[in-house]
Structure formats: C-alpha cells, structure tokens
Design a protein around this ligand. Structure first.
Ligand SMILES: [Mn+2]
Length: 342
C-alpha cells in the first residue's frame, strides 16, 4: 500500500507522456542513488525513451561498474544547460529535498521542465515534483523503482537486477539495518533468481578503500568518546586529518556505523569538519531513539536511524550546539521518538 504522498499511477502517466528524460540524484551519491539511476535509465531506454543522467558529484569508484551501458555525467555549467534544454522531464531519485541535487537545482527554475521525484526519505514528504512517489517505508529508492518497473510491465534484465541489488544492499547495510524487511528480502531473492552473483557484487562495491582511509578511520576511532553512561558515542575529525590522508567528506562513509556495535549504545554522532568552518554531522541510532527530527530541525534530513546535516562553524562550536540535544534525546526519549521503523 502506498502512502498518501505516493502517486504511482501519476508516475506511470508521467513516463508515458514524455519522451526525453534527464535523471539525477543527490550530491555525494550512494549505491541507492546510482543504482536507481542506472535501473531507471535502462528501463526507460528499453521502453524506447531517450535518457541522460547527470549528477552534481562524480560517481564513487565503488559504483563505476554500474555506468557500463549508461554514462553518468557530472555537472558542468554549459553541459547542464544543454541537457536541461534537450530534456522534457526530470526524474529525481533518492532525494525529495531539491537543495540536495546541488548545482542542478537552479536549472529546475530556469527551464520549464516536468519533474518527478522518487524517494524514500521522510524529511520532505511532500516532494517538489509535479509527481511525487515518496515512500518512507521502502528500505531503498531501488525498492520503489523495482515495483514501478514491474507495475509498468517492464523487464527486470540481469543488468537492471544488478543495479537494483546494489541499491538495496547498500541502503540496508547488507541486509542488517532496521529497514530490512520481508519485502526487501523477497526482492533480493527475486533479483538473485535472475542470475546475479551476490559475492561478486559485494566485492565490487566494498573493495575500494585506500590505506589512507583505513588509517584515518583508525585515528578517528582512537579518539572515540562515550557520554551518558555509554549510550552516546561521539567521533570527531578535523580538516587537517582529511588533508593529510587525501580524503573528502564522502570518505567517512561507514565510519559512523562502527560504534553502533558497542554494547549499550543508542546514538552515535560523527562531527566531520571537512573544510574549516563547515561541519558535517552524521547521526546513527539504534531501535529506541529516532534522530531524523533533530536533523530536520538543523536543515538536514534522513531516516529514523540514519540522518545528518551540514552546519557552519568550527567543530567545537557545532558540538557545543548539538551535543546537549543528543544528550537530551538519549536520556529521555518521548513516545514520539520511540522507533517507528525506517
Ligand atoms: Mn536511499
């Protein structure tokens, strides 16, 4: 059953009505963003549509194999103008916050272009498209895409299956986060039945760490702080650490998840000051505590148990603002903050 803000029939009409599509996803795209783009592109092309894909950020090395038969372009001012002029319709995948598509966002205003949004984040539930398929109960945008392709009578080819498997696998933390439900497992089973090699896909996605990234993880983890009688874990990384190891903000992927394995931890916060005066706050929680509300109040977003925001200031200043809020969340969760799943 789709929630009120999900408009699947309207999405199918949107696809039928247009011929030339431009797909995009959020800045610092993950496996769900790239996998969903690849799957939708392959499906639309098989249906005789013309498709371009352009993102604000480069495709991370881990997901380059998904661009074998569909190029994913990176934003450049002139090229972006050209792509928007050529397209009739944009499909935004894995974010319903228009700011999150980065430098492509202003082009939505300058070009009279139809917009559809397909997403599973709860923070901008009404969407900014003419058509919004926003289903927070889906474990990945790829899961919604899988349903949409099948509803439209499209063929889940081995290549589409691979892209959707990557989307599902990465957004469920390899089927271990709380969003992993029976629908996700049924979908995975169906995709595997189409001849995928899960071990091979897993190793393609997870064999791109550099030695510098692991040393950086080691450094940051060695300064792990525990607050609130062990229920709140705090990590911090500074600009000099990113520079020394040659890393960027997206290289912290996975780091904030590690302290979740400590017995008794309810919330983990990572304060990454990637450049001076700009702090990325990554939040994770376990069953008892919801952290998406806090992220939204500070202009960010995410899911019940995985959220984040970007704040201005030094990490000392940002910590001083956010830490008391986290301490409050951990020590007295109100009924509204009790898990409702993600
Ligand atoms: Mn996602």
């Amino acid at each position: 059953m789709s929630p009120p803000s999900s408009r699947r029939p309207e999405f199918h009409a949107f696809v039928s009505r247009h011929q030339r599509f431009l797909l995009t996803t959020h800045i610092n795209p993950d496996g769900d963003g790239i996998g969903s783009e690849a799957a939708v592109a392959l499906w639309l092309r098989a249906a005789g549509k013309s498709v371009r894909v352009m993102n604000d950020s480069v495709v991370p090395a881990a997901f380059l194999f998904l661009t074998r038969s569909q190029a994913i372009e990176v934003y450049e001012p002139e090229l972006a103008e050209q792509r928007f002029a050529e397209a009739e319709a944009v499909v935004v995948l894995d974010t319903s916050n228009r700011q999150r598509i980065g430098r492509l966002a202003p082009l939505l205003d300058r070009h009279a272009i139809a917009i559809a949004v397909v997403d599973h984040h709860v923070s901008h539930i009404n969407g900014f498209g003419q058509v919004n398929v926003i289903e927070p109960e889906a474990s990945a945008t790829g899961e919604i895409v899988y349903d949409l392709i099948r509803e439209a009578g499209g063929d889940i080819t081995p290549e589409i299956a691979e892209a959707l498997y990557v989307a599902l696998m990465t957004d469920t933390g390899s089927f271990r986060y709380s969003n992993t439900d029976s629908h996700a497992h049924r979908m995975a089973a169906d995709l595997l039945g189409r001849g995928l090699d899960p071990q091979k896909i897993h190793s393609m996605v997870h064999s791109h760490a550099s030695a510098g990234r692991l040393r950086f993880f080691g450094e940051v983890l060695s300064t792990l702080e525990m607050h609130e009688e062990g229920r709140l874990a705090v990590l911090e990384a500074g600009p000099e650490q990113f520079q020394r190891h040659g890393l960027v903000g997206s290289d912290t992927e996975g780091l904030v998840d590690m302290p979740r394995s400590i017995a008794g931890v309810d919330v983990v916060a990572l304060f990454s000051e990637v450049e001076h005066g700009k702090v990325k706050v990554s939040l994770r929680s376990t069953g008892r505590v919801a952290i998406d509300g806090l992220a939204v109040r500070y202009g960010g977003g995410g899911h019940t148990h995985a959220a984040g925001m970007l704040l201005r200031g030094t990490r000392g200043e940002v910590r001083a603002r956010i830490l008391p809020e986290l301490q409050r969340l951990v020590s007295e969760p109100s009924p509204a903050q009790v898990s409702r799943g993600s």
